[in-house]
Design a protein around this ligand. Structure first.
Ligand SMILES: [Zn+2]
Length: 52
């Protein structure tokens, strides 16, 4: 049962990446940037951003 540690390591890495993505999205929202990166002319405001 050593392979469980490999699985746990992969899982931890995935969780870390997801957390980083969520954090960056939240940070962008707080700074007034929509989730699409401000390109609402192309995203059709699906991101829920204000657009320009
Ligand atoms: Zn957008």
């Amino acid at each position: 049962m050593t392979s469980i540690w490999g699985t746990a390591a992969v899982l931890a890495a995935v969780i870390a990446i997801v957390a980083l993505v969520i954090y960056s999205v939240v940070r962008d929202k707080k700074s007034g940037k929509p989730a699409c990166g401000g390109d609402c002319a192309h995203c059709g405001r699906k991101c829920g951003g204000r657009g320009s």
